[in-house]
Design a binder for this molecule. Structure first.
Ligand SMILES: [Zn+2]
Length: 171
């Protein structure tokens, strides 16, 4: 006999206007996150405002069976300006799910109180003292990229030169 399922992990997303999009229910948290992450890649083609992963205990009546694991809010990405920047409100972290972007903000795992931010396409990485400062860094990077006309197809070498220039203008 198959092992009895005790809990199910449920990812979902909310559209502008409040319509909830169900993405299925899964036996592991990992799978639920995989399904949600791949769905959020398309979030600039939809009007999504938030998303969540919750876990339901089976055979429990009412809300006691529900635990919210994460709730995410969709923002405009400071770097690529698409509506693909997902902010985890509980344990603060943010990641752009837009194609070829992946700008991120996260509290440092090594130094408490330090906020790291980065943009992998340029191997850009900065440590800041606050979330606001981290966003300011990413917005400045986004402005610089727009001003330089850098697109996703530009080579890494060109991008690095641009970053050097960016560093020298900000320091
Ligand atoms: Zn982005």
């Amino acid at each position: 006999m198959a092992e009895q399922i005790q809990r199910v992990f449920v990812p979902s997303a909310i559209e502008e206007g409040g319509n909830s999009l169900s993405l299925g229910c899964f036996s592991t948290e990992e799978t639920a996150w995989q399904v949600l992450r791949s769905f959020l890649k398309k979030s600039d083609q939809m009007l999504l405002v938030s998303a969540s992963v919750v876990v339901w205990d089976i055979d429990v009546i009412g809300e006691h069976g529900l635990t919210v694991l994460a709730s995410l809010e969709c923002k405009v990405c400071p770097v690529c300006t698409r509506q693909t920047f997902w902010v985890d409100l509980e344990n603060f972290s943010a990641l752009c799910h837009g194609e070829a972007c992946a700008a991120w903000v996260e509290e440092s795992t090594h130094e408490p109180g330090v906020i790291d931010c980065g943009w992998p396409a340029l191997r850009f990485l900065k440590q800041t003292k606050s979330i606001e400062e981290a966003f300011t860094e990413l917005f400045a990077l986004g402005d610089q990229i727009k001003a330089a006309g850098i697109t996703e197809t530009v080579s890494v070498k060109d991008s690095e030169e641009m970053l050097d220039e960016f560093d020298s203008t900000t320091s």
